[in-house]
Design a protein around this ligand. Structure first.
Ligand SMILES: Cc1cc2nc3c(=O)[nH]c(=O)nc-3n(C[C@H](O)[C@H](O)[C@H](O)COP(=O)(O)OP(=O)(O)OC[C@H]3O[C@@H](n4cnc5c(N)ncnc54)[C@H](O)[C@@H]3O)c2cc1C
Length: 527
């Protein structure tokens, strides 16, 4: 017999499998024997009221074997001798495009400028400990893309439930915990992501696809308005049925190459600001209305404010919150400062950090409008480079990844912090006036926005929190436009702009979904 139960329970019952089992048996299955199994279908936390509750939907099976939890089967046919298509970039978009091509009978040739997920670790250690940025292997570049050494949050605003479920099932089939299938806010964690990424690569290789690391695409093979292939840094020309360009939001050289080649690209709005770091216990206490969080996961927040600066409305919002996480140096070149956040699967660091960013629009990059579609990108570069320069020179260093920082109340009152707080940001901080580091179009709305956040969340505005800059790679500053149905570039045949760098995804799951869609369209048209 199978029955579905919708339950609202205390965390101590819902989040402990043994206790939940006892509870269900006692309350709902009095007449049934011991031999039953429970499958969680959906789990979410309701912390809106005084007492935190867990909403659960479970399926209970007694006297029968539960059906398989997933539709997806990890079975890929051999495509070694099939026609090939090229994918540039092994982020979530590129890797999922490769797997989908295999399912559709095409051999993927996946080209990645960075290193495999294991070798990449050494470069991350170098930027954290020695302040050395490898422009080909860093938090944004390398196998698994920007999503590998991240929080691994898997929620997306996409309403395509079936497609989202499919991506989650593929991740589970490649080693991710099955909790992501029922958790309303699933995440994997930076300690678990690398093995999932390596397993995705194994599936591609086993099926006869190719994956090439340290292989940077530097030019395109364009013939009569068709993208026939690409040229890599060592001069190799690789051709195929089409090219899925999934190079992410930080591949500035690719945007420049497209522009030089007269391939249509557009400047696109994005957001910039800082990360704000609090003690996780402060966020837990506010969100859960109690001192100890017990079995509950590290709490997160999502805040938005509308502000006005020079009569222009500007949204300020929290972005990519990492509860129980770390702030990391995410620059992709020397001479720039970029921070981002990641967290382990247990989210058990004592810090909570979140991007707090201001919407950036066309009006802000007028100064660079002679650069056409690269104007917004230039503004982003300038902000990152100025922050780097100020921080390095204040440390009297010619190069460093020290990040400018300021305690929150000091930022609001325009005072340089005499002493900064301990931080999760490993390279170290420099006390600076962030209103000097950031342009006014960001600093002023940020001040107003943070004050508004403080009204919504008691304790948020405190000198026990600090701003750390610069959070600038929120989304791509450039869009590579494509035809809505075919997903092919507006002008260039056989070119499929894909994922976050093309402006069609924001996050791991949406990038993976876009990768699958681009593969499907490439095969439909040219396969
Ligand atoms: C530290 C950090 C934490 C994050 N946390 C989360 C999170 O918790 N949840 C979430 O949903 N999102 C998170 N994100 C964002 C997420 O990682 C991206 O949205 C996602 O990875 C975009 O996928 P993509 O495949 O489109 O591009 P990317 O992941 O950026 O991948 C692009 C790939 O292309 C390669 N490439 C670039 N140029 C070339 C070239 N010329 N030749 C060959 N290869 C090239 C790059 O090396 C890179 O590997 C985080 C990002 C960072 C940096």
């Amino acid at each position: 017999m199978q029955q579905t139960l919708s339950l609202t329970l205390e965390p101590e019952i819902a989040l402990d499998d043994a206790v939940l089992r006892q509870h269900i048996q006692k309350t709902y299955l009095k007449t049934i024997d011991e031999d039953f199994s429970i499958r969680k279908m959906r789990q979410s936390i309701d912390a809106r009221k005084g007492q935190v509750k867990i909403n659960l939907e479970v399926e209970v099976y007694s006297g029968e074997i539960p059906p398989p939890a997933m539709e997806f089967r990890k079975e890929y046919a051999d495509v070694a001798n099939k026609p090939q298509a090229i994918i540039v970039g092994a982020g979530p978009a590129g890797m999922f495009a490769a797997l989908r091509l295999i399912e559709l009978g095409i051999k993927p040739i996946l080209l990645e400028r960075g290193k495999d997920v294991r070798a990449r670790r050494r470069d991350l250690a170098a930027i954290n400990k020695d302040h050395v940025v490898n422009p080909e292997s860093n938090y944004c570049f390398g196998e698994g893309g920007a999503g590998t050494y991240s929080d691994g949050k898997l929620y997306t605003r996409s309403k395509k439930r079936g497609d989202v479920r499919r991506i989650l099932e593929i991740l589970v089939a490649h080693g991710s915990t099955s909790e992501i299938l029922f958790d309303a806010h699933p995440h994997i964690g930076t300690n678990k992501l690398p093995s999932v990424v390596a397993d995705l690569r194994e599936s591609i290789l086993k099926a006869g696809g190719e994956v090439h690391f340290d292989t940077k695409v530097v030019d395109f093979v364009l013939v009569n308005g068709e993208m026939k292939g690409v040229i890599t840094a060592d001069g190799t020309e690789i051709t195929g049925l089409g090219v899925i360009l999934a190079t992410g939001h930080s591949a500035r050289d690719i945007f420049e190459l497209l522009y030089q080649k007269d391939i249509l690209i557009e400047a696109k709005p994005y957001a910039m600001g800082v990360r704000i770091e609090h003690q996780q216990s402060l966020i837990d206490t506010h969100q859960y209305h109690r001192q100890e969080r017990g079995l509950l996961p590290a709490a997160s927040y999502s805040l938005v404010a509308q502000t006005y600066y020079k009569n222009i409305q500007r949204g300020v919002f929290s972005f990519c919150m990492c509860p129980g996480g770390f702030i990391v140096p995410a620059a992709t070149a020397e001479g720039e400062l970029v921070v981002n956040g990641m967290s382990p699967s247990r989210r058990d660091s004592k810090y909570a950090n979140s991007g707090v960013v201001v919407a950036i629009n066309e009006i802000d990059w007028q100064k660079y409008k002679h650069l056409g579609p690269l104007a917004g990108l230039q503004l982003q570069k300038d902000v990152e480079q100025k922050a780097w320069k100020l921080a390095a020179s204040s440390k009297k260093l010619s190069d460093s990844q020290f990040a400018p920082a300021q305690r929150l109340n000091d930022f609001l009152s325009g005072k340089i912090s005499r002493e900064l707080l301990p931080t999760s940001y490993q390279p170290g901080l420099v006390s600076m006036d962030m209103a000097e580091v950031l342009p006014d179009i960001i600093a002023r709305p940020l001040q107003e926005g943070v004050r508004e956040f403080g009204k919504k969340m008691k304790g948020y505005v405190t000198n026990e929190a600090q701003l750390i800059g610069i959070e600038s790679r929120t989304s791509s500053p450039v869009r590579i436009p494509r035809v809505k149905e075919s997903l092919e570039h507006l002008q260039i045949k056989r070119l499929f702009p894909c994922g976050e760098g093309a402006g069609f995804a924001g996050g791991i799951v949406s990038a993976a979904m876009d990768g699958e869609r681009c593969a499907e369209q490439l095969v439909r048209i040219y396969g």
